[in-house]
Design a protein around this ligand. Sequence first.
Ligand code: ASN
Length: 561
Amino acid sequence: MAVTATTIPEYDDQQPESSIPESQVLIIMTGGTICMQRSPSGFIPARGFQESCLARVPTFNDGSHPRPVDVVINEAGDRKSYQSLRTPPSSYGRQVRYTVFEFEELLDSSSIDAKGWAEIARTIYRNYTLFDAFVVLHGTDSLAYTCSALSFMLQNLGKPVILTGSQAPMLELQNDAADNLLGSLVVAGHFMIPEVCLYFNYKLFRGNRATKVAASDFAAFDSPNAPPLAITNSMRTHVAWDLVNRPTNIEHFSIQTNLDTTHVACLRIFPGIKPEMLEAVLKLEGLKGLVLETFGAGNAPGGQDNAMTKVLADAIKRGIVIVNITQCLTGSVSPVYAPGMSLTKAGVVAGLDMTTEAALTKLSYLLALPDATPESVAKNMSISLRGELTETSHPVFRHPEGGLPERAKILTALGYAIAQGDLERVKDILRGEHEWLLNEADYSGNTPLHLAATSPSISILRYFLLQGASVHIRNRAGRTPLFLAASAGLSDHVLLLRKSGAHLHSDEQAVAELYAKQRPGVWGLAGVGSKAIKDVEEEGGKRYSNGSVGNGNGVVGSASS
Ligand code: ASN
């Protein structure tokens, strides 16, 4: 899709670049009320959001005229230079630099479909290594569907993707647009939450748990079966790190774009529904999956001679996957009542506590996977792929607030164990309640993964990656773990990090190129010069036949939640 560039303010090369640490965020504008303006036919999306809505607002523009940023604008990999803006420093001592990339066609979100989701996914994929995080501006009407769809389409996501919108346009006097966008930018630019999230009315929800609950209230979204991942108040943003989902595979970020929404349907059971009605839907040509919204804990009317159950069982025998989710706002389907049990016996899959949006988009995603069979789709519908459902309920440990000295002590002990290459001791320290340590940074902003990047034991590095440690967090000097491993000349460490999706940050490139003159080998593996990621993968594949790495969580730079 083509794009339009914004023009204000001009880059001023006489001004020094800011010395305050900053994160770079790409804002992707798809449309929605947030950018709308009045017209004779009602509110319609308007172009030029950065220029008309952000450049003139001090909280979105510190007036420093930063240099433009490159955005990859198409499948061919063409780059275009965009004016960027910088927020004033946050209370965490960081600035967020961003630019707005507008889709050619801006939509009211009621018109978005799988093609639009694919365009968002592709834009993120093309620009993944150029930015620290992504904010997607979108209408609220179908926002929960887009969040859910993207959460599945973005595979092994290692960076924050935050969707937001507003109930009132940014250019209206009383609006929620400014706070929703600023909150999203701050979260994206400060906290390494590697999930597709929805930020609205000061709350950050897991995208595939969110649902629109109000047509005009500012509190338009909720995630009834999962607490918010973060809440912003007047002091700061509190991140519930123990709830954050992290990929734990040794895999690069990838996307799956061809969701099969044309072969799925959703039907809400109601008292008195005739089995023939259900049968008519299930006999639709090409139908492969149905989300059935049932009563309470998953019950549907049995009908005379269990006619309804028979219709369902016949469809399942024909290879249609039927997923049972509850019409209730909270809770899960479970076969405790006889009607629910008969659905299970007929082969209906329990969608547990998924939202309709998550169930429908997950079904579309799974049906489109290569080699998908009704059995594999049915099996995966009951398994949590991206935190979209609760498989079993187990108590979650929360570390008490305010224990900084204790935290520092544990982190120091961990640091020593890493430096000594003592994997067993590392495991002991991390075991159970100390998982929060993966997010922690020491006084110089080094996370455990930074320390492990130069540890004598590569097993510690692999262990952290498998626990979901983020490869993208930078220390106070702006360095990634990959940079440290390459500086130390540790080729195996570099390869393992690269295999997990690590790349040099654009701010590190110039220095890395200088170092590469002395040590072309290891810096080549780290991504300097002609060494393409593919070559490194192949080399890495020879050394590491299997395994998985997360590129998980933590705080961007050295801010803490
Ligand atoms: N109709 C608008 C949309 O979804 C609603 C909004 O954004 N508040 O695009």
